[in-house]
Design a protein around this ligand. Sequence first.
Ligand code: GAL
Length: 378
Amino acid sequence: MYPKKPPMGFNTWNTFAQNISDEMIRETADAMVEKGLLKAGYEYLVIDDCWSERQRDPETGRIVPDPVKFPNGMKAVSDYVHSKGLKFGMYSCAGTRTCADFPGSYDHEFLDAKTFAEYGADFLKYDFCYTPMTIEGPLLYRRISMALRNCGRDILLSACNWGRDSVHDWIRSTGAGMYRSTGDIFDNFVSFRDIFVSQIDNFKFSAPGCFNDIDMLTVGMRNRGNVAASGCTDLEYRTEFALWCMFGCPLMLGCDLRNIDDTMLSLVTNPYLLRINQDEDARTPFAVRRSEDNLQNIYVRLLSNNEVAIMFVNLGEKKNDHMWFMLEEIGFTSSSGKGLQLTNAFTGKDEGVIRDYLRQPIDAHDCAVFIGKEVDVK
Ligand code: GAL
């Protein structure tokens, strides 16, 4: 499957890990619809690792869903997810075992793709643990991609080799629709900061068809669940979500959607941030200011419809009162007669027209995001 926009959805790993079940998937599907998440664009509900029995069925060679967690089998779960208007995602691994030591798909790629198609899967996350030394990573992804192309169902391949082997150079050629470029995220500021900063020069490889995936969001986890690691403040979650949106990353939520609080729900359904993330032109932002450590930068991203997105972000530890740029630097010369009509992406407030520069003091860990409409300023 060739995604034209960054895929959006939910994945079980960050909060639930092995604590997944038929019931919790159905409840999550209900929550995604009732809370307006599906309407906002979150369409994939993905079951990560730990869904199967420890061994394949010795007779058929197939992976078997855990009968305690999924007593009705996977097709029933998938049917329920589809009945809600959502899409259904599964998980496997390029190696002999998954990272949590369940059967992997190595040398069973075509059989497993057929099994996932029979479940009604629309998405497959494909991990990279326990891979054989004798075969290179790109070929392992080509194998599962070919298996998915030939399984009779349109299934998005979500590669997850944590950025190994300069994955950005070859992953699009395998047929994957998104690719994890970093190690696992944990629920704290330093984790998402370092993950983001590590990819600053690699977002240019992200485009329609194949998007750079910097991991499932921890937004809203509030230090509960599998990747809990002291948690983030509301302000830090806001910065995390804004970065993922600005850089066109897949938006896979990882908190427990059944009890997401109102502040976090309105953050992840913010129409301005989602409009930036899902912009049909899918252009890479450029930096108009870059600090030496890359922590205090200003980014501009051209959007469709003569709009631009502007982000001031301070991932450092001190307030910065001197973040500014000139419109000249984004291409509006002083003789252009052009300026930007700004809307604050967090509040939706019209912030007026700027014609020569924009300056914003930004607190530590904070950011400001605007959508600017290109207008005449006679
Ligand atoms: C990791 C992967 C995580 C999660 C986990 C499951 O390799 O990066 O996102 O899928 O395996 O065991």
